[in-house]
Write a protein that binds this ligand. Sequence first.
Ligand code: FES
Ligand SMILES: [Fe+2]
Length: 353
Amino acid sequence: MNQKNLYKIDKDISIARTLDSSFYNDENIFKTLVTDIFSSTWQYGLHLNQIRNKNIYPINFLPETLSESITFTREDDTINCISNVCTHRGHIICDSPKKGNALKCRYHGRVFNLDGKMKNAIGFEGAKNFPSVNDNLNHINYKNWNNFLFFSLNKTYQNLSVLSDIDRRLPDFPFEKLYFSEQLSNSFEINTHWAMYCENYLEGFHVPFVHKGLAKEIDNKSYNTEILKNSVLQYANKQDSEKDLYAHYYWIFPNLMLNFYNWGLSINVVEPISINKTRVNFFTFPIDGIDFIEDQIKDLIQVELEDQQVVESVCRGVKSRFYSSGRYSPRHEKGVHYFHQLLSKILLKNISK
Ligand code: FES
Ligand SMILES: [Fe+2]
């Protein structure tokens, strides 16, 4: 079959087939898509409170694939997101969060202001046309939404329009009372493809089969999936409650999950490592003053471990010579179908290059 046909996803879910398994198994497709998608979309960075005391916060974005070193800096109310690579010979300037009023490269001592402007370069007496704008650190686009900072290496993909939907649906969510809990946050390395992790998140179809504990907490009949722009929202009522929502689960293309609970917000960031390996960071933001959050997190981790087992199994399964693609449940897998359409669009654009 023509390669393009393998990755075309019919808009009509009732006749569509899922992505061909070569999508998950092909190293070149993995590399091309990770580079295209992750360098053009907005990505989660950190919470403003994380740069309150230590005002310099470096991020090694996708260390195994894109490996782009950037840093957020704060000077009073001014925030900057800049390259963390020295403009002299390319040393990484800052390794870990710290407090300071300048950035100093330890290789040959070049100093930059917190806005990235080169301040001082020892030993460059006699260098002509120096310094120039090329000696300053590059600025990286960032956005602040309710004190959460997002960045984009190349802001061509507008994947954050859904944030206004969150503001509209959750007008009373106490963003100002959230605090980042490092102790309740987690990071997992999973033997699966990053897209499989997202696909699993995008359907509640598996909940009664895989999450026996969670299935008792939510009313599965009330489970709903809404397709938004570059985003999917899922929600369900609490068991035995007609109006109390258990959670709002927002997935934002390509790799971000914002899970709103009555105790706070859990942010999941999915990081591709290889076709068989994915890191998922769970950043936990409890609402100040709410107790017994440890129990809630314990339940979340239980659900997470159950999810990890199935996505690891799928990653092995799609390598079978007897599997190529499957069908979508029109009732339960709208979210997966939408995700595949977004991936397919980018994939087909790259194939025809
Ligand atoms: S590489 Fe930074 S001062 Fe030389
Ligand atoms: Fe799950």
